[in-house]
Design a protein around this ligand. Structure first.
Ligand code: X8Z
Ligand code: ZN
Length: 612
């Protein structure tokens, strides 16, 4: 499969094989011969591993696909048993790969061995009983999230997407609080399971030679784990002043909307009032905080409704964007096999995902699409995964992945940055392009989605890495979660929380065991990609007005990077599109430069005390 969740990595690393190593292990007095035979052995190990991996991945992908589309006890058992088999063999492979890392192999083989060693996101201990226990826990956690509902006093129950729609649309603080609190009830039973999952996976990481799971997760970025942590601090340091200005402005506006009792004009913002279940992106409160004189005067949600867009038409429109860049159309099987609409008759995992069932052409998305601007963007996000998967399909199995996990998350978002007023006009959704005086409104909407997301994208794994390393103990899970929410985002729980709660579990990627730093990286990378592709397209205007729609030169450059997959270190892939080997948030700051000035003026005029 290639869903960008832990399963991506778990499932990308299947079965260890019983390869005939015995002849090569025979003692040999000639040192050169011995080195040579070990090298040959390593090459053979890789060839056979890749062949078996690619064959077996299809079986695993199918089990996972069926489970996520039809959550029952039986499909859970099948998925757990597939994942148990996969993990056992991946761990064996990773262990075997470690034996060859000191050899002098060609770059590609060396790289493959390193990837085999470090790509597991949920490594099981070697003990088979513990492996089975871990697979069962992981499947149970996924099921608890997928089946999660909140039932109101009158007995009617809502699923995650329905509750999220209330969080997006309502202005009633009492209702928002009820839904916020209600959804988090689903996570309480996850706590002991999660705690045990961490223990077992840490043991698995130890067995592979890593100090803990945090070190393993941070070992996948072509640099040392601690260097990677420092990179994140550096990038966040670049963006933080912009975030602080946005936070200050939004808090001030919400204070006016809701009053001192509900949103005090200092301190952290209560997390239920930001238009999103997790306060992770704030675009849905645009109307509550928008500047009257700079509002562009249209809403994409409304435009979609006025033009009779249903779920399929939304996906077709997104496909059309990629086609305009020169990418081939999606295969027929995409349209017949994907899930676009939430089924009424069964539990499914609604959280959007993109899949590559056969590592070739059987690409699909699975998503309970709402007919909103937000989901129109998410569709582009998911298709970005599918086009990436198809672009690297000629690579050897181990390189069938993105340059780093942030790249996979950034491609569709990069395309969605091109959904500008001029693009909407070109595709017939908008009649008139708002003039430049409305740019502040457009930029504010974009910042509420993108800039607001950044500290959230960072804090989830700051929490998890500390949990994995033992710095955060189970007795402090929830407290530490809210401490980090406050530190990075400047938000707080709207009501008292305790260690009876397990608020991290109410976010899909925690029970799903999907690393989250990838989304932080993607939010930096997509602005770098957008800026560079706009230059390739010869756009000389402000970068926030640029759309690469229809530009084949930009499409071709992007495709060159996508085709590389994971075959080279990510700085080289980045260099193909941007001409630079560094991740750098100055593209974010350039994009939002006019907004930054405006926010600071507004905050100064209103005499706001920023910070929390
Ligand atoms: O999980 C996702 C995608 C699937 S890879 C829909 N995202 C993160 C989230 O929803 O929390 C995209 C942005 C952040
Ligand atoms: Zn994604």
């Amino acid at each position: 499969m290639s869903l960008f969740k832990p399963k991506l990595s778990r499932l990308s690393l299947l079965i260890a094989l019983s390869i005939g190593l015995s002849a090569c292990n025979a003692s040999n007095n000639d040192e050169n011969d011995s080195v040579l035979s070990k090298t040959e052995e390593a090459e053979q190990f890789l060839t056979q591993s890749e062949q078996t991996l690619s064959e077996l991945s299809v079986e695993i992908n199918r089990a996972e696909w069926i489970y996520s589309n039809f959550i029952t006890d039986d499909t859970a058992a099948l998925s757990a048993s597939a994942s148990e088999k996969l993990t056992a063999t991946s761990v064996r492979l990773a262990t075997q790969a470690a034996q060859y890392t000191d050899l002098k192999l060609d770059d590609a083989s060396q790289r493959k061995l390193n990837i085999l060693r470090s790509s597991l996101v949920l490594p099981a201990p070697l003990d088979p009983d513990k492996n089975a226990e871990l697979a069962g826990i992981s499947s149970q956690l996924n099921g608890l999230y997928g089946k999660g509902k909140y039932c109101f006093d009158d007995g009617h129950c809502l699923t995650q997407p329905e509750l999220s729609a209330i969080m997006a649309e309502s202005s009633d603080p009492k209702l928002l609080l009820e839904v916020w609190q209600g959804w988090r009830e689903i996570a309480k039973p996850m706590r002991p399971l999660f705690q045990r999952e961490v223990e077992l996976a840490n043991e698995g990481a130890n067995d592979l030679g890593y100090a803990d799971l945090s070190v393993l997760w941070r070992s996948q970025y072509d640099m040392k784990p601690d260097e990677f942590s420092n990179e994140l601090d550096r990038l966040w340091g670049q963006v933080k002043p912009l975030y602080d200005s946005l936070h200050c402005y939004v808090r001030g506006e919400l204070n006016e909307e809701y009053g001192d009792e509900i949103v005090p004009s200092n301190g952290p913002i209560p997390a239920h009032l930001l238009g999103n279940m997790w306060a992770q992106s704030w675009g849905n409160i645009y109307d509550k905080v928008s500047p009257q004189d700079a509002d562009p005067g249209y809403e994409v949600t409304q435009l979609l409704a006025e033009h009779d867009y249903d779920e399929v038409k939304m996906v077709k429109q997104a496909e059309n964007f990629f086609s305009s860049l020169g990418f081939d159309e999606l295969p027929d099987s995409f349209w017949t096999r994907s899930l676009f609409v939430q089924p009424k008759d069964r539990d499914v995992v609604c959280h959007a995902s993109a899949w590559d069932l056969d590592n070739l052409d059987d690409i699909r998305i699975k998503m309970c699409i709402q007919k909103t601007a937000e989901d129109f963007t998410v569709i582009h996000h998911e298709l970005g995964h599918n086009y990436y998967q198809r672009a690297y399909k000629e690579q050897p199995f181990i390189f069938k992945n993105s340059a780093n996990d942030g790249f996979h998350e950034a491609i569709g978002d990069t395309i969605a940055l091109s959904i500008t007023p001029s693009y909407l006009k070109q595709i017939g959704l908008l009649d008139e392009i708002p003039d430049a005086s409305k740019d502040i409104g457009l930029l504010l909407k974009q910042a509420l989605d993108k800039v607001a997301f950044m500290p959230f994208g960072l804090m989830i794994d700051q929490w998890r890495w500390k949990v994995f390393s033992g710095e955060i103990t189970p007795a402090k899970y929830n407290q530490a979660w809210w401490d980090l929410r406050e530190k990075y985002q400047g938000v707080k729980a709207p009501i008292e929380r305790s260690e009876d709660d397990f608020d991290p579990g109410a976010k899909y990627h925690v029970p799903g065991n999907v690393p989250y730093t990838r989304y932080f990286l993607a939010h930096i990378l997509q602005f770098q990609f957008h800026k560079s592709l706009c230059e390739t397209a010869g756009d000389t205007g402000p970068v926030h007005r640029c759309s690469i729609y229809g530009n084949k030169a930009a499409g071709s450059k992007l495709n060159t990077m996508l085709e590389m997959g994971l075959s080279r270190p990510w700085p080289e892939a980045l260099n193909v599109v941007t001409g630079s080997q560094e991740m750098d948030a100055s593209a974010v700051l350039d994009y939002f430069a006019p907004l930054q000035v405006w926010l600071n003026e507004q905050n100064a005029q209103a005499n706001r005390q920023c910070g929390w």
